[in-house]
Ligand binder design. Structure first.
Ligand SMILES: Cc1cc2nc3c(=O)[nH]c(=O)nc-3n(C[C@H](O)[C@H](O)[C@H](O)COP(=O)(O)OP(=O)(O)OC[C@H]3O[C@@H](n4cnc5c(N)ncnc54)[C@H](O)[C@@H]3O)c2cc1C
Length: 383
């Protein structure tokens, strides 16, 4: 099958080849951050793919960015360590002011700053985002933030964070999606000065945190776009995020299929390769079919996003299909490796944990079904 963007694939594959499975396994075992890997991606310019050339990046689209993320996962790595910069970039590019772009994009492109974090989820509201309780109140030339966030990733490996906060109380807006705004938070100033970070140990080696805001002050000029339209802007970013994660799941899925196909050809039980049994072949073939089908929807979501056309349905459907397919592939891979699937040195159990996350985050499968039922099929609203 001919793959799109062969040059980008070759470049990312060559870089990833310098970080073999042993590297990612060690980082996982140590619960560390793949600093050398992310540095190498940054130095090679891949993390600045979406930044326009005038600001020092390569001016590529989401399609190309998705290939970079896919190839990282297909190589046995985990783009979750650094995908934040890709989806946050769209928010700054599409809604940031000329001054904001001039100030922040060149140092991000040079690799001096990282924009890896996005703070949306809150402990008491979960997926019901319009009910967020974190507030930002304008006081002179500053916004003062109070509240709490949960599951906010890569804070320790980012300099900047996109933050969603309510700027008009829910009771005072006509539509619940109104009255929220987004801000660029300089984490170097914020941590210890109104913002506290508490890491959450979790199943995947995914650095993620609880955040507490107590009168955190943000300069007025760090508001992105218009006050009150933050939810609309965040949705744009979420579509990019879902599409990128679909690509990562496709990368995962292909990694699992390649590993398990090689293994079942070699492993001989009852005098023949286990891959000769159709009971073994069919789940692998099924997962392959699902991954390739999800890939088609991923390209459609990328095309629409890059054309600035509505892509909510396609981004959600791509993420749904790809996360499901990679999970099926992971299940087949662990099953047909038998006991060895559980041994860390095969990397299956690590990738199995990593890909499982995408049924829940950044949006759960049920919420995608609900989106499609309501917004695509016009069924009655259930909440
Ligand atoms: C490792 C990790 C990293 C993350 N990183 C970030 C980050 O960087 N920034 C950020 O803002 N967030 C982040 N998140 C949060 C993530 O986006 C949320 O966990 C996810 O959206 C689900 O929200 P919740 O955990 O509050 O689940 P809830 O909203 O409590 O839902 C729990 C489950 O209930 C079901 N459910 C809920 N409502 C309905 C309904 N109406 N109908 C049917 N089923 C329903 C769903 O199956 C869902 O999985 C991260 C999460 C994890 C685990």
């Amino acid at each position: 099958m001919t793959e799109k963007f062969p040059d980008i694939r070759d470049g990312v594959r060559a870089l990833c080849a310098g970080f073999p499975p042993e590297y990612h396994r060690k980082v996982d075992a140590e619960r560390g951050y793949p600093e050398a890997f992310v540095d190498a991606l940054t130095q090679a310019g891949w993390m600045a793919a979406l930044i326009p050339q005038e600001f020092g990046g390569s001016g590529l689209g989401l399609s190309e960015a998705s290939v970079i993320m896919e190839e990282i996962n297909a190589s046995g790595g985990n783009a979750g360590a650094c995908h934040g910069q890709m989806y946050n970039m769209g928010t700054l590019l599409r809604h940031g002011s000329a001054q904001q772009k001039q100030r922040w994009l060149p140092p991000i492109a040079r690799g001096e700053l990282r924009l890896q974090s996005m703070g949306v989820t809150e402990p008491s509201t979960g997926t019901d985002t319009t009910k967020i309780k974190t507030t930002a109140v304008k006081r002179g030339e500053r916004w003062v933030v109070n509240g709490q966030k949960v599951w906010i990733s890569r804070i320790q490996h980012s300099d900047l964070m996109i933050l969603l906060a309510r700027t008009t109380p829910l009771a005072e807006v006509k539509k619940k999606s109104e009255g929220m705004s987004i801000f660029l938070v300089d984490l170097r100033d914020a941590i210890g000065h109104g913002m506290t970070v508490r890491p959450i140990p979790n199943m995947v080696n995914h650095e993620t945190n609880e955040l507490f805001f107590e009168n955190l002050e943000i300069p007025a000029e760090n508001l992105i776009g218009d006050e009150g339209l933050g939810f609309k802007y965040i949705l744009d970013g979420l579509n990019a995020e879902r599409t990128l994660i679909a690509a990562e799941c496709i990368g995962d899925g292909r990694w699992f299929i390649e590993k398990v196909s090689a293994y079942v050809k070699d492993r001989v039980v009852f005098g023949r390769p286990i891959g000769q049994n159709q009971g073994v072949q069919f789940p692998i073939a099924e997962a392959h079919i699902e991954i390739e089908a999800a890939n088609l929807m991923r390209w459609e979501a990328c095309r629409l996003y890059d054309a600035h056309e509505p892509c909510g349905a396609q981004a959600n459907m791509a993420k749904y299909l790809a996360a499901k397919a990679s999970w099926e592939a992971a299940n087949a891979a662990i099953q047909f490796h038998g006991g060895f699937g559980f041994a860390c040195e095969y990397d299956i159990e690590r990738k199995f944990r990593e890909t499982r996350l995408y049924q829940v985050a950044p949006i759960s499968t049920n919420l995608i079904l609900s989106y499609v039922a309501e917004h695509v099929l016009g069924l009655p609203r259930s909440f």
